[in-house]
Design a protein around this ligand. Structure first.
Ligand code: SF4
Length: 87
């Protein structure tokens, strides 16, 4: 599993960083980027999916080896994916 953050969609909520600081960095304005090349260790995949599902801007994409968002990621934007934590 590998993720990327679309800088044109990210609005700096830093929810991703709050959920999985092992995977994301945020700048002084809360704008996120993935650490390294975005590869997710198997032990972090469940939390990574939670971060994807909780990004209100749909800025976090799971990418394939070819670099395109995976079909599973596209589907998860429309009602699938992990549940959102309560506020
Ligand atoms: S939750 Fe989404 S919009 Fe917010 S900082 Fe993370 S990637 Fe950006």
């Amino acid at each position: 599993m590998r993720l990327r953050v679309d800088p044109l969609k990210c609005q700096g909520h830093a929810r991703c960083f709050a959920l999985v600081p092992e995977l994301f960095d945020v700048d002084d304005y809360g704008m996120s980027s993935v650490k390294g090349d975005g590869t997710v260790a198997p032990a972090l995949e469940e939390r990574a999916r939670l971060a994807v599902a909780n990004c209100p801007e749909f800025a976090i994409e799971e990418i394939t080896d070819e670099g395109d968002p995976s079909p599973a990621q596209a589907l998860s934007r429309h009602g699938g994916g992990a549940p959102r934590p309560s506020r």
